[in-house]
Design a protein around this ligand. Sequence first.
Ligand SMILES: C[S@@+](CC[C@H](N)C(=O)[O-])C[C@H]1O[C@@H](n2cnc3c(N)ncnc32)[C@H](O)[C@@H]1O
Length: 222
Amino acid sequence: MKFRTRTSSKYPSGEAFDERYFKTGNYVNYLQRKYDKQAQELIQHFKLDENSKIVDFGCAIGGLIRQLKARGIGLNGVIVGTDISNWAVQAGRDMGGLDLHYYNRNLLTLKPDLLILLDVLEHMPDDELRAVLDIIRENPPKQALIRIPVSAKEGEDFVLEVSRNDKTHLQVHCKGWWIDKMTEANLTLTETVVWTSIYDSNGVLAGIFTPTTSSINYFSHN
Ligand SMILES: C[S@@+](CC[C@H](N)C(=O)[O-])C[C@H]1O[C@@H](n2cnc3c(N)ncnc32)[C@H](O)[C@@H]1O
């Protein structure tokens, strides 16, 4: 199936994700966003602890991993984030205390216990998305928490106005398309997420994906 993409000449420099992106339009002020509840729900659901290995890909200023770390998560394991926005990475680093990387796809090779992909895949042009999914397939995380704004049907625009308004959204697809796409990364949707802080809806795919081969093994009797 052909990708339906918008185009952005500012990609992949990250220039599109400058201070204005995080302080006007859809976000008003991203720096004020709170991640306490999201962190609590992640800890509870994934049974995260000090030994957990967590990669937040597209972490912006690292708000979520900051809240996880504040609760002791990953302190003896790995807790790391990366983002293509120079501004966001610098803003997060200025706050101190986090391992934040500028546009480091190599972090995907860490095979984390939990790979966080929240509202990031839809920002990638075709070649970037393909490269990211290829790396994930070769380096499977134990679990991936994925959230993506979607269209109701393939070929239509996003369901939600807030998603339509973000001109940095390059991939506009329905849930089925994304679920199929994840098979390229050898990932299967194993659970739809309906928590307080992250929830699947008509306009948003939110789910936990696990490596396809491991779910096959799960049912085998070897
Ligand atoms: C809508 S924000 C979501 C931020 C964060 N994950 C959250 O849930 O609050 C999208 C983020 O993806 C980042 N991004 C876009 N393309 C990326 C890429 N190829 N690699 C890493 N980060 C990317 C942007 O810079 C931005 O910080």
